[in-house]
Ligand binder design. Sequence first.
Ligand code: NAD
Ligand code: GLY
Length: 368
Amino acid sequence: MSRITVPLGERSYDIAIEEGALDRAGALLAPWAKRGRFVIVTDAHVEPTQLPRLAAALAAAGIAIETIVLPAGESTKSWAMLEELTDRLLALEVERSDTVVALGGGVIGDLVGFAASILKRGCDFLQVPTTLLAQVDSSVGGKTAINSRAGKNLIGAFHQPVHVLIDPSTLDTLPMREVRAGYAEVVKYGLIDDADFFGWCETHAAALFAGDAEARRTAIGVSVSAKARIVGEDERETSGRRALLNLGHTFGHALEAETGFSDRLLHGEAVAAGMALAFRYSAAQGLCPAEDAARVSAHIAAAGLPNGLAAAGIDADGATLVAHMAHDKKMEGGKLPFLLARGIGQTFLAKDVSLSNVAAFLDAERGR
Ligand code: NAD
Ligand code: GLY
């Protein structure tokens, strides 16, 4: 089993990664079952395949469980579902000393984490992520949120989990499109500050998609180590360090908004296209070698992910896309910080990017 610590003083916690860990969850999670019981929250897609594994392992260790199964999908990150979940947690008499278990992807993790942050002024929660995106990104770092009419993830809190248990074998039941979308966040860590890892991605993506255990372990381990390090340095995204994790997200956000945050374009797919655009924009500004931008685009396409506007099914003009960006929660005093690159593994935060320049770039990209 590999263990990685998120170093946050008294709120530090471990991420444990092992194939088959779900089937040993009784022993692995017992320290957090304070009253010999867990309430497990999951969604309707995860319930049939992964909940029985977790339930059997906890039962074998004498840990009682209550389960709450919510509808699958982004619309579950809503005020209505937050109300339903908190009502049900209160009905189950969850106390501040209890630990609620989030079993699922980023939707369940974000919703359960936010519910835990406000339930009785805050109770503990534990992440058991079952999508690649959640295993390499959303389960670590304590960003929790629901969506509101005004936009995605606008209502939320920083609330760190007490533990993260990652079993890569849960990915065996994940649809391949979701695996590929989560892979965009894996590539992101290489592009931010680890060119060697980007090289590893180029040679091992196919093995990862085929379910190779060693490739999965490396991809998740390297990604989670990078995230734990960055979160430890800048938990609340105040120094600019954690903002690096948003590479591709500003361009991606515009594409997601243009598709109405629907299944037409998954979050990871938008991030993939957004990273390719960020590199091509950086190259167009003379900041980054054109060969690096081309290499990024080629790998994203080879991974079966969209690497530009047309590949993402977007036909909007630059002004429309930039208008979407201006509604991003990352706006600061009327300016939008952009993650740009000086090369692969050399991402930096640029605060003086001209939105009209970005719009012209996107017009040139249109139909490419
Ligand atoms: P998701 O939770 O909707 O999961 C994707 C789909 O896969 C869903 O239909 C789900 O039911 C299904 N699923 C999950 N695990 C499965 C399994 N093992 N087998 C079969 N089906 C399974 O989406 P996601 O991509 O995991 O997460 C996206 C969400 O994460 C977005 O809301 C995004 O805003 C959020 N996010 C949060 C952070 C953060 O730091 N908190 C970071 C990135 C993304
Ligand atoms: N996924 C971006 C972050 O956790 O900061």
